[in-house]
Design a protein around this ligand. Structure first.
Ligand code: S2G
Ligand code: ZN
Length: 474
């Protein structure tokens, strides 16, 4: 093993080969701390050539690898075992090119998502992938998990935002699929095999991303709702009225909003009374009126009129509309803070499900009933991307229940919730991926033909199972 590590050190430089347990800890600490993780070494290559050389060296030594970006995943996709090498792409963080005329940008896999968003803005362009971990997650990991976030409603997931990519294969060869043309109909769509494969088919080293016109005007609001049926009705009327200006429609249960108010400094309830449900609404337009504030005023007026009508129809109980960007950012921060606030409410059994839009209220009814019948006192802490039918139906610990005993019930609760999702023709993993957390669900809910095809693809790309073994494929 020492010779092997010496060879790795020769490739990346001794200072970019980390073996001391204390130093590898940041790479083996999993975000939700549900999975133990350790490793033989962490390797930080500087460029795709070094990635290919490291992979070739690992393949020759039959050492399996865990590709890793910002290590912000939610399903244990980047946890490692003691004999494995973690290949972390963090050093490969260059914005290679921004082609504003082509509405595209070429980035290395280790670029932090927030840096990509800012680089696009500097060129008067918008990169719409936006999620809570954007300050530390890396685009390579976003692509590997086909990340979603709060703008999927209008712009789609990571897969929809990618024009081309390059990756290192399990035998060290490089797949060179970088391409910034929007139409490229030449053979199988290999790009989309790597996207969402969670590092099990190849290590993404760079990508060509789609850019969009910068929003010239934004309107944002938080509304109070009686129930999820009202949220569904509001979503439908907003989409009809604003067309594709609607970028974000996030549902938040009252328990989540009040937890943020209780636990997050300077977080208040945007509405004077509490409501069973809240929704965060953001609409933007890139139309440039004579003055950009005309466009902003027009969009805000449109949203205001929509919400006023919904209030008359008793769909919306109350509304807080942002009148400037600072207030809009405050409303967006509420959505981020409800995620953070969960941890202050004890243990959390989390879900990342999706159902057809019209089934969201029915899912919430059935799931709440089933969970509370199975575990009296369980507190559904539901929020998420209602615009995509994607709900994080998280369960917070009953106050009088011991944390470990509560978390030990997770498999049973997952089974209850995912069975309801299955009955409603939904998905047990909407945006976070499979990792190791959802392997049982893959076995249970994916059809035999799909599972067989996944295995055939995995064997074709990684015949010696060196890339992230034990992930995604049950
Ligand atoms: C969200 C973030 C991950 C989590 O806030 O939409 O996808 O921890 C989640 O739930
Ligand atoms: Zn989410």
């Amino acid at each position: 093993m020492q010779n092997f590590l010496d060879r790795i050190a020769q490739i990346v430089g001794a200072q970019h080969l980390i073996t001391a347990a204390a130093a590898t800890q940041k790479y083996t600490t999993e975000l939700r701390q549900r999975y133990a993780s350790e490793c033989r070494a962490v390797v930080l290559p500087a460029d795709p050539e070094q990635v290919a050389a490291v992979v070739t060296c690992c393949a020759a030594a039959k050492v399996s690898m865990v590709p890793q970006g910002g290590n912000t995943g939610a399903v244990g996709g980047a946890v490692a075992r003691r004999e494995q090498v973690i290949i972390n792409l963090g050093r490969m963080n260059r914005i290679l090119e921004v082609d504003a005329a082509n509405y595209s940008m070429r980035v290395q896999a280790g670029c932090v998502l927030a840096d990509i968003q800012q680089a696009a803005r500097r060129h008067e362009r918008f990169f719409p992938l936006s999620l809570g971990a954007q300050g530390s997650c890396q685009i390579g990991g976003n692509l590997a998990t086909n990340a979603g976030g709060i703008n999927v409603l209008r712009y789609g997931s990571a897969r929809d935002l990618t024009l081309g990519l390059e990756a290192v294969l399990a035998d060290g060869r490089r797949y060179c699929g970088l391409s910034n043309v929007r139409k490229n109909n030449t053979g199988y769509d290999l790009k989309n095999l790597f996207i969402g494969s969670e590092g099990t088919l190849g290590i993404i080293t760079a990508a060509d991303l789609k850019l969009f016109p910068l929003a010239r005007a934004q309107a944002a609001a938080v509304v109070g709702l009686q129930d999820a049926d009202s949220a569904l009705a509001l979503l439908s009327s907003l989409r009809a009225a604003t067309g594709d200006c609607l970028t974000t429609f996030e549902l938040m249960a009252n328990i989540a909003v009040q937890a943020a108010v209780a636990h997050i400094p300077r977080q208040s309830d945007p509405l004077p009374q509490q409501h069973p449900w809240y929704a965060l609404i953001v609409a933007t337009t890139s139309h440039t009126a004579a003055e950009s504030d005309d466009a902003e005023t027009a969009l805000q007026r449109q949203l205001e009129s929509c919400l006023a009508q919904a209030m008359q129809q008793d769909i919306v109980q109350d509304a807080a509309l942002a009148t400037n960007d600072r207030q809009a950012q405050q409303l967006l921060r509420l959505r981020e803070n409800i995620v953070t606030a969960q941890a202050f409410e004890g243990g959390s059994i989390k879900h990342d499900i999706s159902v057809p839009l019209a089934q969201v209220p029915e899912f919430l009814r059935r799931a709440q009933h089933a969970v509370q019948a199975a575990m009296p006192g369980a507190r559904p802490y539901a929020y998420g991307h209602m615009g995509d039918g994607n709900i994080h139906f998280n369960i917070s610990q009953p106050p009088d229940m011991e944390r470990a005993a509560f978390l030990a019930q997770a498999p049973q609760i997952h089974e209850l919730v995912h069975e309801i999702v299955h009955q409603l023709n939904g998905s047990f993993s909407a945006e976070h991926g499979i990792g190791i957390a959802k392997l049982d669900d893959m076995k249970k809910y994916k059809d035999a033909v799909s599972l067989a095809l996944y295995q055939q693809i995995k064997r074709a790309f990684d015949p010696h199972n060196l890339f992230n073994p034990g992930k995604v494929n049950p």
